[in-house]
Design a protein around this ligand. Structure first.
Ligand SMILES: CC(C)(COP(=O)(O)OP(=O)(O)OC[C@H]1O[C@@H](n2cnc3c(N)ncnc32)[C@H](O)[C@@H]1OP(=O)(O)O)[C@@H](O)C(=O)NCCC(=O)NCCS
Length: 210
């Protein structure tokens, strides 16, 4: 389908979401790919991953970029040639990107019960305010917190960041659709503004360095 959702966050920041309903062939015929991307695409094991990769190029084209404007550093973090910041995410039938003049990170996650089984791998501080008895609220908040930590990781792109020890999300209400998070490492204590919303049974999160 065409772009599923556009969020004009401010004059210099846009978020675009694609719902991947097209076949590989359809997407492939509609995008231009640079040589590195062609190699990457050919090396991908699943068609779902290939379609997600191609759908991100569709999103880029929607806002006037092409694959030729995008390059990756040695950690796999994407960058734009014009100096704007970009972050990319994909999960199952959704993909999304954020482009901004600020440093940004984005993540889309499917809401799944099994996140509860791994909560203690990425949550520590947040257990102070999470209420396991409120099962739906708990699942939704865990998914938001996971997305926040992925988004901040994507901004900082630093080896050694522990989701559990180094990234803390302040208490938040789902209805507010925003929160404050912190990266605390060595001498660093850095705040991030985070925003989230539900898209079908997925949670979209994006973060900015404050
Ligand atoms: C790299 C990582 C952030 C990707 O996240 P993911 O949820 O697996 O996948 P997403 O679809 O949301 O994001 C994938 C995109 O992230 C981007 N990305 C990859 N590595 C990146 C990095 N080091 N920095 C920023 N962005 C990165 C890429 O654009 C990639 O998509 P593309 O290659 O198709 O363009 C993630 O795998 C990771 O390493 N996380 C940190 C490790 C960790 O501590 N995990 C959990 C501990 S409990």
């Amino acid at each position: 389908m065409p772009v599923y959702k556009t969020i004009n966050f401010n004059t210099a920041t846009q978020i675009l979401v694609w719902k991947i309903t097209e076949s590989f062939e359809q997407l492939f015929n509609e995008v231009q790919l640079n040589e590195k991307s062609k190699l990457r695409l050919n090396g991908m094991k699943s068609v779902l991953h290939q379609r997600a990769f191609l759908s991100v190029r569709k999103l880029l084209q929607e806002i006037g970029y092409t694959d030729y404007d995008l390059f990756y550093d040695e950690f796999g973090k994407p960058h734009l040639n014009d100096g704007n910041h970009i972050s990319i995410t994909h999960s199952h039938e959704f993909s999304a990107l954020i482009i901004s003049n600020q440093k940004v990170g984005i993540d889309i996650e499917m809401q799944r019960e099994k996140i509860k089984n791994i909560a203690d791998k990425f949550i520590d501080y947040e257990f102070n305010y999470l209420n396991k008895e409120d099962t739906q609220d708990y699942l939704s908040k865990l998914t938001v917190i996971w997305g926040v930590k992925e988004s901040i990781f994507k901004i900082r792109n630093e080896p050694g960041i522990s989701f559990k020890k180094n990234i803390k999300v302040n208490s938040f209400q789902l209805a507010n659709k925003q929160a404050l998070a912190w990266l605390k490492m060595d001498m660093i204590k850095e705040p991030f503004s985070v925003f989230f919303e539900e898209i079908e049974n997925f949670t979209l999160v994006y973060a900015f360095e404050k």
